[in-house]
Design a protein around this ligand. Structure first.
Ligand code: ATP
Ligand code: MG
Length: 100
């Protein structure tokens, strides 16, 4: 299992949401964030997206985010893939991939 963490332009969030909502992911979490990249031109408003996925979903979900979030201009953002040790669904007590 992996956590996909994407930091994208606020203006691109709706486009990303529309494709992810149809993608078969189990869920997602959104936070409003601020940050800077290489250009250090001050803190910019961004959206941070966190998604827990099974291994087989990683490439597809990353491709969807990359396509929907890209403008080609500086500041398009970053996507990180993090190892995920376990997930629990609190209601049922399930864990692992069944809890995604
Ligand atoms: N190394 C990093 N660690 C954590 N967050 C980062 C990092 N780089 C970028 N971010 C986050 O991603 C946002 C967008 O970064 P940005 O796309 O400007 O990166 P960049 O490396 O400067 O690429 P580009 O040249 O396309 O602008 C930043 O505002 C920040 O929130
Ligand atoms: Mg930048």
């Amino acid at each position: 299992m992996k956590k996909i963490e994407a930091i994208i332009r606020k203006e691109k969030f709706h486009d990303v949401y529309v494709v992810l909502e149809k993608s078969g992911i189990g869920g997602m979490t959104i936070s409003e964030a601020r940050g800077f990249g290489h250009h250090r031109n001050g803190l910019k408003d961004k959206v941070k997206i966190e998604i827990y996925v099974d291994e087989f979903q990683v490439d597809k979900v990353v491709d969807m985010i990359r396509q929907a979030a890209k403008t080609g201009m500086t500041g398009d953002g970053k996507i990180a893939i993090l190892p995920l040790e376990n997930i629990y669904r609190i209601r049922t007590g399930e864990d692992g991939a069944r809890a995604i």
